[in-house]
Design a protein around this ligand. Structure first.
Ligand SMILES: Nc1nc2c(c(=O)[nH]1)N[C@H]1C(S)=C(S)[C@@H](COP(=O)(O)O)O[C@H]1N2
Ligand SMILES: [Mo]
Length: 332
């Protein structure tokens, strides 16, 4: 059963793009990817063809929120490394709804991001369904620089645009008995082919969850844009999560629903492979994944490997959310 449900994370180096390919791609992006024919690339042509289309898909041209950007930067969130060039973020993605490789930016363009509604239900004062642009107008918009650490041992740094998840929780008016917020991605197998074919019976739609304490911690951020512009579709437009102290799979994309509950939600990957992916997924270099080390990470856009930090470097803000003697289950 577990073997049937195998996914690419189980063989991270196979999907982790070799450094040489990255370098070729960087040169290509710098030179105007669309103009270079693969044939002109001679020795690198084969490596490049791994990426399929050479087109870089940025923010959707018809995104009605474009005029709101850029958001005011909140300088409280600082980085110790360079921002990852946007070309990398636009072309190297995890979004299994559109395929299990990193090169899903082209199929992701099929997603319609308007109209888009967000539902608040479960243990709330009153259920409501809100249009994304109404929500954007109601939230205090800001930009923050965050690190992102994927469980596959690569990392990026991103200028995210959005608003504090705590503001959204306030807006949703949860009842005092609510202990968790469960988040759900859109479901549309006609548009997202990964949700229908070849998906090994994955439990679509994608689900993630946080405790209310985590969700109302300052660091938890709802993302609507990146690099001072609306999000490209492949990065989770029009609404995704960023919880930078947790492994990247917690950062659910394409969110359509927030459900407040007193029962701990089961996350998508936890449901598929509970021995390897848990609910908490806090970054910890000392707790290896069952099949690889988490001690270091490849920094996308560079040739560097750097040590991974506890809570991805955000321990000061979030370590207090967890027991002092937190065991392995908090870090997987
Ligand atoms: N709905 C959905 N959200 C998702 C995923 C996914 O497959 N589906 N992948 C996750 C993983 S594993 C990571 S590392 C990040 C990747 O975000 P990026 O493509 O913007 O780098 O999205 C997360 N959110
Ligand atoms: Mo990830």
């Amino acid at each position: 059963m577990l073997v049937r449900r195998r996914k690419s994370w189980e063989v991270p180096e196979r999907h982790a793009t070799p450094e040489s390919v990255f370098l070729d791609r960087r040169a290509l992006l710098a030179g105007g990817a669309g103009l270079l024919a693969a044939g002109a690339m001679a020795p690198h042509a084969r490596a490049f063809s791994l990426f399929g289309s050479s087109k870089v898909y940025g923010p959707p041209a018809d995104d009605p929120s474009t005029g709101l950007y850029p958001f005011r930067r909140n300088d409280a969130y600082k980085l110790d490394r360079d921002v990852t060039p946007e070309g990398f973020n636009y072309t190297y993605n995890n979004y299994y709804e559109f395929g299990s490789s990193k090169e899903i930016s082209e199929p992701a363009q099929a997603l319609k991001i308007r109209p888009w509604t967000v539902t608040f239900d479960g243990m709330v004062e009153a259920e409501r369904v809100v249009d994304i642009d109404t929500l954007l107008a109601a939230m205090p918009l800001e930009e923050r620089l965050y690190r992102h650490r994927c469980v596959e041992a690569w990392s990026m740094t991103v200028p995210w645009s959005g608003f504090a998840l705590a503001e959204l929780v306030k807006y949703a008016k949860p009842l005092s008995g609510a202990k968790y917020v469960r988040m759900e991605t859109f479901m549309d197998p006609k548009v997202a082919r990964g949700q229908s074919t070849g998906s090994f019976g994955y439990p679509w739609p994608y689900v993630e969850g946080l405790t209310i304490e985590e969700a109302t911690n300052d660091l938890a951020f709802m993302v609507t844009g990146a690099y001072g512009k609306p999000l490209p579709k492949q990065m989770g437009s029009p609404l995704r999560l960023a919880t930078p102290w947790k492994y990247g799979f917690k950062s659910i994309k394409g969110i359509v629903k927030f459900t407040f509950t007193d029962e701990r939600p089961v996350s998508f990957w936890e449901d598929i492979l509970p021995r390897e992916y848990g609910f908490w997924a806090n970054v910890n270099p000392e707790v290896p994944h069952p099949r690889w080390s988490q001690a270091e990470e490849r920094v996308l856009g560079t040739r560097e490997k750097v040590p991974t930090l506890p809570f991805n470097g955000y321990g000061e803000q979030v370590a207090g959310l967890y027991p002092k003697d937190a065991g392995r289950e908090f870090f997987m």
